[in-house]
Design a protein around this ligand. Sequence first.
Ligand code: GDP
Ligand code: MG
Length: 179
Amino acid sequence: MNTYRIVFAGPIGAGKTTAIGALSDVPPVTTEVASDEAVAAGKATTTVAFDYGQVLLDSGDVVQLYGTPGQARFDFMWPIIADNALGAIILADNSRADSIARTLDYVREFAPRIVAGNCIVGVGRTETHPTPTVDDYADALSAAGFELPVMAVDVRSREHALLLLDVLLARLEAVRHVE
Ligand SMILES: Nc1nc2c(ncn2[C@@H]2O[C@H](COP(=O)(O)OP(=O)(O)O)[C@@H](O)[C@H]2O)c(=O)[nH]1
Ligand SMILES: [Mg+2]
């Protein structure tokens, strides 16, 4: 049995806590507090330390899911959570005007910390905000030197969240076969 650590990153309100809650087989651990920044992002609380959940795969492997805090003043937590993780899921909120630029910031921050730079981008709220498109994200990432999968997802759905995880883990297998 293997244990993998996967991290979720992205701005406040992108859905990190929601995704971990949707995926986890155990009651997720979360550290939510009331926050003005969260209110500005349309919700009452935000994650101050990290989220934790875990998924047991059919293979018997356990995937540990860590959510990073979105607020910049907690960015000291990022390396603690992310260094040497086997993959990162970067969530984007397509309702934000600067979503592609923010996504690039998170990819630049997290990809170097993750084993083999194994990241994937999940774009949320595409049902209300269809543009920019997934291709627009992929093109911007590619122009910055990152060839990463980008998918439209609604992490409130366990199926969507599982698909993100599956694609990430499939890439991990591919990396392991090459190494
Ligand atoms: N309409 C819509 N809401 C979403 C989508 N993805 C996430 N949400 C909502 O956005 C909020 C995200 O909050 P949270 O998970 O706390 O974000 P975090 O700050 O990244 O941990 C929740 O209220 C979700 O239900 C989406 O694709 N569409
Ligand atoms: Mg959160």
